[in-house]
Design a protein around this ligand. Structure first.
Ligand SMILES: [Zn+2]
Ligand SMILES: [Zn+2]
Length: 188
């Protein structure tokens, strides 16, 4: 039993709020006044400080939202989610990265996306071919890193992963000079 100094009544301990505080010896402490009195005091304070009470309320609501979101995300990471296309529950790393999504991953799993992509490519064969040709042309004229790497591999038998940025830059200069010489030759 504990006496509330506000209403003067003796009440059971669970009629007092327990305030958690990890620094306190018992992990927290009971409020001096009972639940009923502290509720009445809070109500009175809110009616007298409307502006500030609204402010703290919106702040605490915001905190709650953040906490809920973090809990939701933690659950997503631990248990994964269901792919709506194949109906299987999969871990997040089996989904593609999508920054705009709430959990940062695509809604469909990688396998389903790849399947759909394959079907699309088969149905749009002509377009894909043209697009790859167009891209290739662009890469050749811009001397993109992939194109230069391919040339280095052909010329010096150096695999892709061993080509450094310096090598690419040097080879790019050589190609540029050769192209210019060729152009000159054509003009003469
Ligand atoms: Zn009381
Ligand atoms: Zn799927």
């Amino acid at each position: 039993m504990k006496q509330c100094p506000k209403c003067g009544l003796n009440k059971k301990i669970d009629e007092f709020y327990f305030l958690r505080n990890p620094k306190a010896r018992a992990g927290g402490y009971y409020m001096r006044i009972c639940k009923k009195c502290s509720y009445a005091r809070g109500k009175k304070w809110r009616s007298e400080n409307l502006e500030r009470s609204r402010e703290t309320e919106s702040k605490s609501r915001k905190r709650l939202r953040v906490r809920r979101r973090l809990a939701w995300l933690a659950a997503r990471i631990e248990f994964g989610k269901m792919c709506p296309t194949c109906g299987l529950n999969k871990k997040l790393d089996e989904y593609q990265i999508r920054k705009s999504a709430r959990d940062g991953r695509s809604s469909e799993c990688k396998i389903c996306i790849n399947k759909k992509k394959k079907i699309w490519v088969a149905n749009n064969h002509e377009y894909v071919l043209q697009d790859s040709r167009r891209r290739n042309k662009k890469m050749v004229s811009n001397l993109g890193p992939c194109y230069v790497k391919r040339i280095i591999k052909k010329k010096y038998k150096i695999p892709f992963e061993d080509t450094s940025k310096d090598m690419i830059d040097r080879e790019r200069d050589i190609i540029t000079i050769n192209r210019m010489l060729k152009e000159k030759h054509k003009c003469q």
